[in-house]
Design a binder for this molecule. Structure first.
Ligand SMILES: Nc1nc2c(ncn2[C@@H]2O[C@H](COP(=O)(O)OP(=O)(O)OP(=O)(O)O)[C@@H](O)[C@H]2O)c(=O)[nH]1
Ligand SMILES: [Mg+2]
Length: 172
């Protein structure tokens, strides 16, 4: 049976969480904004270290960051900010705290999205926050697709190692 890997996609409103998931799973970018209500869960079969895995992508709406029940059993967390809005990076500290508290062993990646629009604040702040979070930092564009597949596959790989070290047999 396929291994089930639960991944949280977190970050403030409009940073592009839903667009990143759509670009990754459907290869499309609608360019439309429709505020996600609560939670969207999308599944996608991915390859991680040459093994197929079933990624369960939990895209959590900004105002639900404290719903700790959504995070249960997640093994990875993508923290997304918008490179044109400094405040969305500052707010990631709150999301990071919730992740660390509720899923302490989860693999984390920090993603600066909308890179096609160019940074509107210092390019060093995202990597600085990522170092503080002890996580890798990537930039991406859900619009052009730049780095999107790479980031999700890196996340899947890290998630598998967390999963294996937590409980190798669960969900097989
Ligand atoms: N130029 C550009 N626009 C983007 C990118 N990603 C998302 N957008 C736009 O930004 C807006 C918000 O994107 P969403 O994916 O809906 O953002 P979200 O984080 O899911 O927002 P909530 O569901 O409200 O939490 C939409 O108009 C998208 O088209 C990107 O990489 N580049
Ligand atoms: Mg959304």
């Amino acid at each position: 049976m396929l291994r089930n890997i639960k991944v949280i996609v977190a970050g403030e409103k409009t940073v592009g969480k839903t667009s990143l998931v759509e670009q990754y799973t459907l290869g499309k970018f609608s360019g439309q904004y429709s505020h996600s209500l609560g939670l969207n869960v999308t599944t996608h079969i991915a390859m991680a270290s040459n093994r197929p895995v079933k990624l369960e992508l939990w895209d959590i709406a900004g105002e639900y960051f404290e719903r700790t029940e959504f995070y249960r059993n997640a093994v990875a967390c993508m923290l997304v900010y918008d490179v044109t809005k400094e405040k969305t990076l500052q707010q990631l500290a709150t999301w990071l705290n919730v992740c660390r508290r509720t899923i302490p062993n989860a693999a984390i990646v920090v993603v600066g999205n909308k890179i096609d629009l160019g940074y509107r604040f210092s390019t060093s702040w995202g990597p600085y926050f990522a170092r503080y979070a002890n996580a890798p930092h990537f930039t991406a564009s859900a619009s052009t697709g730049e780095n999107v597949d790479l980031i999700f596959s890196e996340l899947a790989k890290s998630a598998i190692s967390v999963r294996d070290s937590n409980s190798p047999a669960r969900g097989e």
